[in-house]
Design a protein around this ligand. Structure first.
Ligand SMILES: C[S@@+](CC[C@H](N)C(=O)[O-])C[C@H]1O[C@@H](n2cnc3c(N)ncnc32)[C@H](O)[C@@H]1O
Length: 228
């Protein structure tokens, strides 16, 4: 007899056994997507942007969505320690191979959950191509703000909503499918507005297309600071 989830009930030996269908999306997210992310995030243009921004980090660093650790090679000796938050154990495994001389403490959790860090204890928050994938970005940004020192900075390099209506309309159309295959990635988020909404100001911001398909490459780069 077929069970409600498509498996089979079997009453042999008075035990009920359910044979589940393989969860293809789950297998894709666990084994395939981390490799795609690592590959997609390792191109010349992303390396160039990492080289421009990551050396500005200093002191105690919180990197949200550390992924496969592609920023690690760009931290300077001004960094004492990096707390690397990411819910993906597979990506964390890749990041561990890129540690070099940096002291990294991995936090296997979502950035929306309370971080095990004291208020005002972090000098630099680093966010690269991550805000697009966080399900509740406001909650995560408020947690970043909580742990950031009053004099600290948030360095961000994020893709998001393009100013051209012809591109933005495609970003809206593609996002529902893109989210499913891209680990929750939204193409159409207004990154600067989201950061400001969480109580930051953005004294340094540039936004422009980088090479590649326009719906995926409108990039916001800058530094945000807490207000008050
Ligand atoms: C496109 S990858 C970018 C990885 C890395 N920041 C980089 O620059 O190569 C997006 C990252 O965000 C992470 N991520 C997704 N949801 C998250 C969440 N709720 N909290 C923290 N990280 C998250 C993913 O696991 C993935 O590592």
């Amino acid at each position: 007899m077929e069970s409600p989830d498509g498996g089979f009930w079997s009453l042999e030996n008075r035990r009920v056994r359910v044979k589940r269908k393989p969860d293809l999306m789950g297998l894709y997210a666990k084994f395939v997507l981390p490799r795609i992310i690592d590959l997609a995030m390792s191109n010349r243009k992303t390396r160039h942007l990492r080289a421009a921004w990551i050396p500005l980090a200093c002191g105690e660093v919180l990197e949200v969505g550390i992924g496969s650790g592609l920023n690690l090679a760009f931290y300077s000796s001004e960094v004492r320690r990096v707390f690397g938050v990411d819910p993906s154990v597979e990506l964390q495994r890749m990041a561990r191979k890129r540690l070099g001389s940096i002291d990294v403490e991995f936090l296997s959790q979502s950035a929306e959950e309370p971080l095990p860090l004291a208020d005002g204890s972090i000098d630099t928050v680093v966010l690269t191509w991550t805000l697009c994938s966080i399900a509740d970005p406001q909650r995560a940004l408020k947690e970043m703000k909580r742990v950031l020192k009053a004099c600290g900075k948030l360095i961000f390099v994020e893709h998001g909503r393009a100013p051209d209506p012809g591109v933005a309309v495609w970003q809206d159309r593609l996002t529902p499918l893109w989210k499913r295959i891209g680990g929750g990635c939204h193409l159409n988020r207004r990154i600067d507005e989201m950061i400001k909404q969480a109580g930051f100001q953005i004294p340094e911001l540039t936004a422009s297309y980088i090479p590649g398909p326009r719906p995926m490459t409108y990039t916001y780069q800058g530094i945000a600071r807490t207000i008050g």
